[in-house]
Design a protein around this ligand. Structure first.
Ligand SMILES: NC(=O)c1ccc[n+]([C@@H]2O[C@H](COP(=O)([O-])OP(=O)(O)OC[C@H]3O[C@@H](n4cnc5c(N)ncnc54)[C@H](OP(=O)(O)O)[C@@H]3O)[C@@H](O)[C@H]2O)c1
Length: 325
């Protein structure tokens, strides 16, 4: 089975993980939906079990996904199978469970400690394997204090390793000064390459945990120019930062780029989603894509990448050429 190390932690995980944002169900931020619409917890649980059965061992969630709901569903699904799973969750954004809304950020030592305890309780476990700072642009001046708190959580056995979910290489490097920093989680997919971050992971011995590996579903090819995403889906009423969907529709430029590389991605009988994940596994030996998975069918399609080889170097170059890079 295709596995990867979480940087210097030595923790071994499946090369394809399971992103658990969508299975948290509805919640909101700044008056807009931050979830992916309604969910059926039984379907989410079946998806987690299917992924585990097919060799997926790395599960990424956050305390804020569904303001606690994603962690609860994941914890219940992993009950009795905790030892087969590596759990990554996140802290640093504040939320109100009663109204299912995000309220701000807090990275004070006291807040990190209380957030950790709440995540442990919802996940039904006595330790978190990878604990990630969620807000991506906390000032560098606060990093030392955050690292000191995380190191004390490691010493107490509550977390095994930590990382930052950030797209800023300078911040990722600052966090890597912490002895138990094992990973940076950042956005990367074939429409949005990040050579600088991947090089940094090599230099600092960090895993590159890849969020948005399917460009929020666009790279699966199931959304076309006529598609309109529902208003209760984060893609349907897009916040400012969203680039793959605009006003509820897939971005036409990205759809055209996907069309341009379709044949390379689907060579060898891969589906588009499998081709997009195989691109990430080919980019570096440190990448761990965490596609968001909502159904057992998506778990099967994405987990099948574990049994195949990544794209080869010539295919990576062909994709760069076709995309004008
Ligand atoms: N700041 C952060 O730390 C941060 C930010 C974003 C994401 N993340 C993490 O990264 C994970 C993945 O990123 P993402 O959810 O933004 O986007 P993604 O993985 O690029 O896309 C996920 C979506 O694609 C669709 N999909 C997945 N597999 C498919 C398949 N085989 N065929 C067709 N459609 C498929 C599903 O939605 P539909 O079926 O509804 O289309 C799924 O929710 C998240 O779950 C979360 O754990 C972290």
């Amino acid at each position: 089975m295709n596995t990867r190390q979480l940087g210097r932690s030595g923790i071994e995980v499946s090369a394809i993980g399971f992103g658990a944002w969508a299975i948290g169900g509805p919640f909101s931020a700044d008056g807009k939906p931050a979830g992916w619409g309604e969910v059926d917890d039984d379907v989410s649980t079946a998806a987690i079990h299917r992924a585990l059965d097919l060799g997926v061992t790395f599960f990424d969630t956050a305390d804020v996904y569904g303001t606690g709901h994603s962690e609860r569903v994941l914890g219940r699904a992993l009950a009795g199978r905790r030892d087969s799973a590596t759990i990554a969750t996140k802290f640093g954004n504040t939320y109100d469970e009663a109204t299912r809304t995000l309220t701000g950020t807090d990275v004070s030592p006291a807040y990190i400690r209380s957030a950790c305890q709440r995540s442990l309780s919802r996940l039904g476990t006595d330790h978190i394997d990878l604990y990630q700072l969620h807000p991506g642009y906390i000032p560098l001046s606060q990093v030392d204090d955050i690292l000191a708190t995380l190191e004390s959580l490691v010493a107490e056995g509550l977390i095994r390793a930590y990382g930052w979910s950030t797209d800023d290489p300078e911040r990722a490097a600052a966090f890597a000064a912490g002895p138990h920093c094992a990973a940076v989680q950042h956005e990367v997919n074939l429409l949005s390459d990040t050579p600088e971050m991947l090089a940094l992971c090599d230099t600092l011995d960090l895993a590159s945990v890849n969020r948005g590996p399917l460009a929020m579903g666009l790279l699966s090819g199931k959304y076309g120019s006529a598609s309109v995403l529902p208003a209760d889906d984060v893609r349907g009423d897009s916040p400012e930062w969203m680039r793959y969907f605009r006003d509820g529709r897939p971005d036409p430029g990205h759809l055209a780029r996907l069309e341009a590389v379709r044949d390379v991605l689907t060579s060898g009988g891969r589906t588009l989603a499998q081709g997009a994940l195989a691109w990430l596994l080919a980019r570096s030996g440190r990448t761990v894509p965490i596609p968001g998975i909502r159904t057992p069918g998506q778990a099967e399609e994405n987990a099948a990448v574990l049994a195949r080889s990544p794209l080869d170097q010539a295919q990576l170059e062909e994709i760069d050429t076709l995309l004008g890079r």
